[in-house]
Structures are given as structure tokens and as C-alpha cells.
Write a protein that binds this ligand. Structure first.
Ligand code: UDX
Length: 466
């Protein structure tokens, strides 16, 4: 929305949220305090805020004024009830649709921005169309436009529903939005499609604005994420084999990536994929396949997630086994907690599962991350930090420090879990002399100067290297 406001100064964009603390943070005069860390976002918000980009908790008033409403609420995996563990929890989508239905005036284009299971637009339409009836508007097929109100009465309340999934990746969000590979708009109402296309048309080449039906649009988003996640599981599966056989995953990735049908991107082996999308969307796809009786297809996609969990467990296990089969009471430096670099997001971060496993083994983890707050790590690990480093404990313990050098001081191993740029240029002689010997480097992202680390006397394990 910030990028739309930036590129379309004539459009008033109002972001609404019920969470007052979050809205206050978005309105913080200090752009460094915005609630989401994303390179370039502060500059964009700084240019537009107060001009044509507004943040408010006055949801109803903003809906009433809007010509177009983007539903951008979270759709986590259900934790209980029907479809628990796989299906998306649509309670916030439904609540938002009801609120839009109640508060909208005149004709409103409702855009699904959240990633949703296929055919959710149907639910949204039913809610909106129901409100049209209540408002006295005609009931157009599939929630289509119905321009005539009661003679003499207020103008009819009418809606069009579009699907416009978001393909940006965190850490590169602003760049992805400004130069998208494609913009996808699904829907049936030509005027609504034209209105949304015109917004993107201010900066996106029309050839990159794709139009599909609603269901194709919804399914394309799930499929894109499933394909990308599958690629990560595939490269990690081959990485494990490289380690066993003496091959090198970087060389293999380069060799296969040179095939134009495969392409070079998204072939970095690592601790497995994290983030708010991949696992959730695949599980959603699995649920949909099962729902439609396509069990073999469901099992196929399920395996991508199962393998990802295996990869994370494998990393924790191999750290323990290299450290003589026990990490109890040992100090382990963990470099990186975010699910990827350039974000403070830890949702589904592989670091969570890996650190939990190491804590279970009794390790004392000294965690460094460029952006993740201690409160977030506390929530993710389910326990507060304990900086006292109590020595041998059954339960393990953790603390967070400000620099990699503090993290490694007295440590038996350094484990690189996020590919922050700073970890590429670590001073290995300084690190090695601060560690307890024998000292290990586990480079789970294959980004460090492992030759320098070896030279400095560390034993090195690097993902996908035989
Ligand atoms: C993803 C999709 O890329 C994006 O299109 C969609 O809109 C949202 O989900 P995001 O989760 O922000 O974006 O990050 P992405 O860059 O895709 O990385 C996902 C995970 O895969 C991260 O944990 C990352 O570290 C991992 N990854 C990515 C690898 O392990 N190797 C790679 O080569 C690429």
C-alpha cells in the first residue's frame, strides 16, 4: 500500500487496523521505529505519510469512504477443529468481509490481498451479496455490480470482488513491488479489473499485468509458493547427498542452474525454508487436494514440508554429534535468528526448531541477530533468556548479545543460521582465538569464508559440502 501511495500521489491510501499500538508505531515520527523492518520501506513511508498515506484505527469510516478495499489480514493455519494443522483459518477474512459489507457505501471493489484457499472469493461474495440484499440492492450474479438503488433512497450498496495475490518476498519487498515479475488480477467484473489494473499501470508494464478468473488467481499464489518451497527441499535433499558423497552443492547448483529450463535462482542449500508463507500455503494445498479426493497429490506436496522439518532436525543432530555427542552445558554461538536476511521476521524460522532441539540437549545458546528483538526470541523459544550461563543444566539456556564476537567468546561452536551480510566477512582469526578448543564452525548457509576459518584453526562443516 505504501508503494501504491508512492507511485500514485493522486490516490488516497488509508491503512486501518484494530491494533492501536501497531497503528501508533506506523505513525511514529521516527521512521526507524516502524513495526516492520524492510529495506527502503522507511523512505517510501517518509515520502507519503500524511500526504496520501494514512494509518488509522477508524476502520468503519475508512471503509465507508473507500472506492476499493484491500483485505490484507492474516490467514494462519488452523490449530483446532476441522482441517487443523492444514486448512487456513479464515476467521479474520470473514470478519473483515462482514465489516466491509456493513460499512461500505455506494459501489466498492473488494480485493483479496491475503493468500487464501481456492474459492474463498465465493465466501466473501456471499457475505457481501447478503448485505446488498439487506441494503435493498439488486443481487447480481456472483456479487457483480447492481447499480440501481431504490428510487428516492440511498444509492445501492454494490460490490465487485477481485483476487490480487502478492508475490513480494521479505527483505526485497520494495524492489519486488516496484519491479514485479507480474501482477495477477483475478475476477469477472471488467470495470473492477480495469480500475485495479489502472492503479498498477502507473508503474508496471501492462504486459506484466495478468488477468485470470478468480479461482486461477487464488490457486496461482498457492502454486507459486509450493513450487518455490519444493525447490528448496529439492536442493537440500541433494545437499545432504553431496555431504555423504563428496560432491559440492554449489557446483551442482551451478551446473543444473545453467540449464535455462531450471534457471539459477532459488538453489541455495540451507537450514530449510521458513517464513510465513511456504509451509502454510503448501499445507493449504494439501488440504485442498485431500478435500477433492486427490490423495496422491496431497501426499506429494506434504512431503515437501516433511522433508523441510527433517532438514532442520538433521542440522541440530549433526551439531550434537560433532561435539562428541553432547552439547550439555556447552556454549554455542548462534549467528542469525530471522528466517532470512534483511528482515526481523522469525515466523517459521528454521532457527526456532534448531535452537529448541539444541536447548533440549542442554546447550547454552548465545544468539546474535541484526534485527530480531529479544522479546521475539523469547516468544519463539517459549522461555526467557538466562544470561547467567549456569554451566551444566538439563534444560539448556539462552541469551542474546549485540555482536558476533561476544557470541563466540568461550563458545565451542559457531552456527550460522541466517545469511546476514555481516557474517560473510567475519574476522576468523579473532573469532578462533576467542573460542574454546576444539572449536567448530557449522555454516548452515554456506556464506562464510570457510578457508579462513580453517586457517584460523576451526573445524568446519558447511551445508552441502562433502
Ligand atoms: C516467499 C515467496 O518468495 C514470495 O513470492 C511470497 O509472496 C511469500 O513467500 P519470503 O517467505 O519472504 O517469500 O522469502 P523467500 O525469499 O522466498 O525465502 C523463503 C525461505 O526459503 C527462507 O527461509 C529462505 O532462507 C529460504 N531459501 C530461499 C533458501 O533456503 N534457499 C534459497 O535459495 C532461497
Amino acid at each position: 500500500m505504501a508503494v501504491i501511495a508512492d507511485r500514485c500521489p493522486h490516490i488516497q491510501v488509508t491503512l486501518v487496523d484494530l491494533n492501536a499500538a501497531r497503528i501508533a508505531a506506523w505513525n511514529d515520527p521516527d521512521l526507524a521505529n516502524l513495526p516492520v523492518y524492510e529495506p527502503g520501506l522507511g523512505e517510501v513511508v517518509g515520502r507519503c505519510r500524511g500526504r496520501n498515506l494514512h494509518f488509522t484505527t477508524e476502520v468503519d469510516a475508512a471503509i465507508a469512504r473507500a472506492d476499493m478495499v484491500f483485505l490484507s489480514v492474516n490467514t494462519p493455519t488452523k490449530t483446532r477443529g476441522l482441517g487443523a494443522g492444514q486448512a487456513s483459518d479464515l476467521r479474520w477474512i470473514e470478519a473483515s468481509a462482514r465489516q466491509v459489507a456493513a460499512q461500505a457505501t455506494g459501489h466498492t471493489i473488494v480485493v483479496e490481498k491475503s493468500t487464501l484457499p481456492v474459492r474463498t472469493a465465493e465466501t466473501i461474495k456471499q457475505i457481501l451479496v447478503g448485505s446488498q440484499r439487506l441494503a435493498g440492492g439488486a443481487n447480481g450474479a456472483g456479487g457483480a455490480r447492481c447499480p440501481e438503488g431504490e428510487p428516492g433512497g440511498p444509492p445501492a450498496k454494490t460490490f465487485s470482488v477481485l483476487s490480487n495475490p502478492e508475490f513480494l518476498a521479505e527483505g526485497t519487498a520494495i524492489r519486488d513491488l516496484e519491479h514485479p515479475d507480474r501482477v495477477l488480477i483475478g475476477g469477472e467484473d471488467p470495470e473492477a479489473i480495469a480500475a485495479l489494473s489502472a492503479i498498477y499501470g502507473h508503474w508496471v508494464d501492462p504486459e506484466r499485468i495478468l488477468h485470470t478468473n478468480l479461482w486461477s488467481s487464488e490457486l496461482s499464489k498457492l502454486t507459486a509458493n509450493a513450487f518455490l518451497a519444493q525447490r528448496i527441499s529439492s536442493i537440500n535433499a541433494v545437499g545432504a547427498l553431496c555431504e555423504a558423497t563428496g560432491a559440492d552443492i554449489t557446483e551442482v547448483a551451478q551446473a543444473i542452474g545453467a540449464d535455462s529450463r531450471i534457471g539459477p535462482k532459488f538453489l541455495a542449500a540451507g537450514p530449510g525454508f521458513g517464513g510465513s508463507c511456504f509451509q502454510k500455503d503448501i499445507l493449504n494445498l494439501v488440504y485442498l487436494c485431500r478435500h477433492y479426493g486427490l490423495d496422491a497429490a496431497a501426499t506429494y506436496w506434504e512431503q515437501v514440508v516433511a522433508f523441510n522439518s527433517w532438514q532442520q532436525q538433521r542440522i541440530a543432530r549433526l551439531v550434537v554429534s560433532r561435539l562428541f555427542g553432547t552439547v550439555s552445558g556447552k556454549r554455542l554461538a548462534v549467528l542469525g535468528f530471522a528466517f532470512k536476511a534483511d528482515t526481523n521476521d522469525t515466523r517459521e524460522s528454521p532457527a526456532i526448531a534448531i535452537c529448541r532441539d539444541l536447548l533440549e540437549e542442554g546447550a547454552h545458546l548465545v544468539i546474535h541477530d541484526q534485527k530480531v528483538a529479544t522479546s521475539q526470541i523469547t516468544a519463539d523459544l517459549g522461555r526467557p533468556p538466562d544470561g547467567s550461563d549456569r554451566g551444566f543444566t538439563e534444560d539448556g539456556s539462552w541469551q542474546q548479545v549485540d555482536t558476533p564476537l561476544e557470541a563466540v567468546t568461550g563458545a565451542d561452536a559457531v552456527i550460522v543460521l541466517t545469511e546476514w551480510a555481516a557474517y560473510r566477512t567475519l574476522d576468523w582469526p579473532a573469532i578462533a582465538s576467542a573460542m574454546r578448543r576444539p572449536a567448530w564452525l557449522f555454516d548452515v548457509r554456506d556464506i562464510t569464508d570457510t578457508a579462513a576459518a580453517r586457517q584460523a584453526g576451526l573445524q568446519v562443516w558447511s551445508v552441502g559440502k562433502g
